[in-house]
Write a protein of this length. Structure first.
Length: 318
């Protein structure tokens, strides 16, 4: 019966680890969400030569720093989750150590927009790898499926954040350059790829909820602005204020964040169900093992008694 106890105990442990990993990914996701905004505002600030987004950027940095603190607190309280994704977190620590320097260069306009963009994208990728770890560390097929959907959606949202930053810079200049033009189309292709993955692996409920968001005015406004920018291309003179673009696409990304959070809840609920089933089987296995142990002991005592009683009688009669 120990054979039944061990696998169920292992499943229970894995489910708890998944719960902690999802919790960690939610915290990293919240941080990435704010760093995405900081990236976009930084791009606008740099390309507007410091004449736009100054106050918004300063406020956003404070929000990002609060998310860093919340993430640090979660990591301290859940060391098992940290151990599982140590490599990704180590990479994020290295990027995080450069943050103060990057911010200082942005304030002093001593860094190019593409380099600021690259830095924030790099640190976001290191934290998004924590999200990927949820799927890699799950042996349950259903958990793995929803984890893949969660990762694909998070990556699609990151690409949306990259688009926000890129076009914010473009609109601040009122023109593309060859690098931002090529980057924009690469971003759109990546968005399409990751959204296809989400639609392939996401639950019917999650996909339907997102499809409903796509029909909202918030999504339509972004599509309208994007179409205008893309259609004019290298000609420039878009007639769109960068502040209007930033506001519109931020509203869209904030809506996407609700879907991202719901996907995380879906994983937690499924992990809880898997853990509950494993817990029930574990209790049943332990109970059965104890019953068998007691029965074996009683049977042993009966056998011993059946042997010793006649011997005692022989000794007494002798």
């Amino acid at each position: 019966m120990n054979v039944g106890v061990r696998p169920n105990y292992k499943i229970l442990q894995e489910s708890r680890k998944t719960e902690h990993l999802v919790g960690l990914s939610v915290r990293t996701g919240a941080l990435v969400h704010e760093l995405q905004k900081e990236r976009g505002l930084s791009s606008g600030f740099i390309n507007a030569k410091g004449e736009k987004f100054k106050d918004e950027l300063a406020k956003q940095r404070q929000t990002s720093d609060e998310q860093f603190k919340l993430l640090d607190a979660y990591k301290a309280a859940n060391p098992d989750a940290v151990t599982t994704v140590k490599a990704s977190l180590d990479a994020s620590y290295q990027q995080r150590a450069k943050l103060a320097e990057i911010r200082s260069k942005i304030d002093g306009l001593s860094i190019e927009g593409k380099d600021s963009f690259a830095y924030y994208t790099s640190i976001n990728y290191s934290y998004l790898n924590v999200v990927a770890a949820v799927g890699r560390n799950s042996r349950n097929p259903e958990l793995m499926r929803v984890a893949i959907a969660y990762f694909d959606f998070s990556k699609a949202k990151e690409e949306m954040g990259k688009e926000r930053a890129t076009l914010n810079a473009v609109l601040a200049n009122n023109a593309f350059n060859p690098e931002t033009y090529q980057r924009s189309f690469a971003i759109l292709a990546a968005q399409k790829s990751f959204m296809e993955g989400f639609h392939r692996f996401g639950s019917e409920t999650a996909v339907a909820a997102y499809d409903q968001q796509e029909s909202t005015d918030t999504f339509k406004k972004v599509e309208e602005l994007r179409t205008t920018v893309v259609s004019k291309g290298m000609e420039g003179n878009f007639g769109i204020a960068p502040e209007d673009w930033f506001k519109a696409i931020t509203a869209k990304i904030d809506l996407m964040k609700t879907t991202e959070d719901n996907l995380a809840k879906e994983i937690l609920q499924l992990a809880d169900i898997v853990a509950g089933a494993a817990r029930t089987k574990l209790i049943a296995s332990i109970t059965a093992t104890l019953i068998m142990a007691v029965l074996t002991l009683l049977l042993s005592l009966m056998i011993v008694s059946s042997i010793t009683s006649p011997l005692d009688s022989l000794v007494t009669n002798a």
